[in-house]
Ligand binder design. Structure first.
Ligand SMILES: C[S@@+](CC[C@H](N)C(=O)[O-])C[C@H]1O[C@@H](n2cnc3c(N)ncnc32)[C@H](O)[C@@H]1O
Length: 272
């Protein structure tokens, strides 16, 4: 069984450490809880090792990664699903209205709006999640620095291949590839990552303090955002939640980024 973790590109991911982390799961563990699952690398490795895996993340898009790749044990995107996903014409939808010439060029927004609408026509919840995380992958690849909190001037500057070459000796032409191209380039990597480990794995989309009350597990892995730099996941990725829901997302209060509250996290987990 190969089941390679696909290219996700998640800030703060533990892809390189996932094996070491899972080597240290206590003996006799049957159920493993990845409480801040993010890009899903640790939960995925634990799934490969045969644990019953429960994942959780407060952001919808991160939940969908685990829903598609960890909870899902057999559903893949097939050619008839792609026909549905790519059907019709670009439309002036949510992305066009709110983010043209802010994060993407107008025609890219229209292409995203077209595919987003088509996702709802897919018949299976795992197919929908898979299509959405492939769209995520395409959107991230098109975005300089792989996050959605840059200004338009910076984005257009870095997407200018000549400028990028002059300045960084790299054209980064993948920023300018079609969304459909990105999806097709990643399709088999994502489909091949889906497998059954014989367990009923679950993905949750809750605030960790709520999830922890509900989940029964033998071992818990905690990888919250760290106080310091590069920790504002809402800023980085809430655009993806917005794209999925077609409405603005509210920043979450329990975000683990406030330096003045270092004990807040521990006190809540270990109240006694
Ligand atoms: C450091 S990342 C986890 C990275 C992950 N281990 C990986 O390998 O990709 C932290 C995650 O915590 C999530 N998060 C932040 N606050 C949360 C909360 N209150 N409840 C649940 N998840 C939260 C963020 O959305 C982010 O995905």
């Amino acid at each position: 069984m190969v089941n390679k973790f696909p290219r996700i590109n998640f800030i703060g991911n533990k892809e390189k450490l996932a094996k070491i982390i899972c080597d240290n799961i206590p003996p006799n563990t049957l159920t493993f809880f990845d409480a801040f699952s993010g890009g899903g690398s640790v939960g995925f490795e634990a799934k490969k090792r045969g644990f019953k895996v429960i994942t959780n993340d407060i952001m919808k898009i991160n939940y969908l990664i685990s829903h598609a790749l960890i909870e899902n044990s057999k559903v893949i995107l097939e050619s008839e699903d792609l026909e549905i996903l790519f059907s019709g014409k670009p439309v002036e939808g949510y992305m066009f209205k709110n983010y043209r010439n802010r994060l993407f060029f107008p025609e890219e927004c229209m292409e995203l709006d077209q595919y987003r609408r088509n996702v709802d026509k897919l018949k299976n919840k795992y197919k929908k999640s898979l299509a959405l995380i492939l769209l995520r992958r395409a959107m991230i690849r098109k975005m300089p620095y792989s996050r959605f909190n840059l200004g338009w001037n910076k984005i257009t500057q870095l997407r200018d291949e000549e400028y990028s070459y002059r300045k960084y000796k790299r054209k980064r032409s993948y920023h300018n590839l079609e969304i459909k191209r990105h999806i097709l380039d990643n399709l088999s990597l994502y489909n091949n990552a889906i497998f059954d480990n014989g367990e009923k794995n679950r993905a949750l989309n809750k605030n960790v303090f709520e999830a922890i009350e509900k989940v029964n597990a033998d071992a818990i892995y905690l990888d919250p955002p760290y106080t310091g730099t590069m920790n504002n996941y809402f800023d980085f990725y809430s655009l993806l939640d917005e794209f999925i829901k077609n409405r603005k997302s509210k920043p979450f209060k329990d975000n683990f980024i406030d330096k003045k509250r270092p004990y807040f996290f521990l006190i809540n987990f270990f109240p006694n």
